[in-house]
Write a protein that binds this ligand. Structure first.
Ligand code: ATP
Length: 211
């Protein structure tokens, strides 16, 4: 990522504040993780749902048992590590299996998030998740913040970042909620079609607008 040199406003935590939860979302390659980093630089905490889910599936024994029951022993390698590739391939074209897997993982992430929120002292906390609207998690948030960009721009960024083909990125996009539907549901929208300076500026403007 290119270096940015603009001044970043930073807020100090208030130990007595009750945090309002802002759902941060966006489709593949929209720039939500980049926005999340800018938000952290401003002094607000971000919970990374997908990253936490990846950790939880390796740490929570109860979850491990349930996942193995659903997907099979091969969901974990011989060393006991969650085999993301194997599981992803199993569920990619099997909606019911994906649904059942999510029914196991999402409640565990929810509990983990609730415990995390309790420890926060800022007046705003952000929950980054690709599936905010799909799982209706926006209903549990004070406000939602969507990062969006045109499909071809998102695809190019993911191809550059992950070395994926256009078709591979497109296959993921096709499974996600269309941007136009997310735009209708979001309280705040960041349009990430230009450069990182602009993205940072929009992020700061919006987060300091939220009351
Ligand atoms: P995913 O859902 O696939 O994890 P994401 O929404 O979290 O993606 P990022 O990882 O933040 O998206 O961004 C995708 C890629 O595009 C990253 O390599 C990031 O550095 C780059 N990127 C994001 N926004 C911009 C921008 N405005 N200008 C240039 N590069 C950008």
């Amino acid at each position: 990522m290119e270096e940015l040199h603009s001044e970043t406003q930073k807020v100090e935590p208030d130990p007595l504040s009750t945090s309002k939860i802002i759902g941060l979302t966006g489709g593949i390659g929209s720039g939500k993780s980049t926005v999340a980093k800018f938000i952290e630089e401003c002094g607000f905490p971000v919970y990374y749902s997908d990253d936490r889910a990846k950790t939880i599936v390796n740490e929570n024994d109860d979850l491990k048992i349930k996942i193995k029951e659903l997907i099979g022993e091969k969901a974990y390698t011989e060393n006991g590590v969650y085999d993301r590739k194997f599981v992803a391939e199993k569920v990619f074209n099997n909606k019911d299996l994906l649904h059942s897997l999510n029914e196991i993982i999402h409640p565990a992430v929810r509990i983990d998030f609730e415990n995390w929120v309790k420890k926060q002292t800022q007046y705003l906390v952000f929950k980054e998740t690709a599936l905010l609207f799909e799982l209706r998690l926006n209903k549990e948030c004070y406000k939602s913040l969507l990062v969006t960009a045109e499909d071809n721009i998102r695809a190019k960024r993911v191809m550059d970042r992950d070395g994926k083909t256009y078709r591979e990125v497109e296959a993921v996009m096709e499974k996600q909620m269309p941007e136009k539907d997310k735009i209708k549901l979001a309280d705040y929208i960041i349009y990430n079609n230009t450069n990182l300076e602009d993205l940072k500026e929009q992020t700061e403007k919006i987060i300091f607008e939220i009351e």
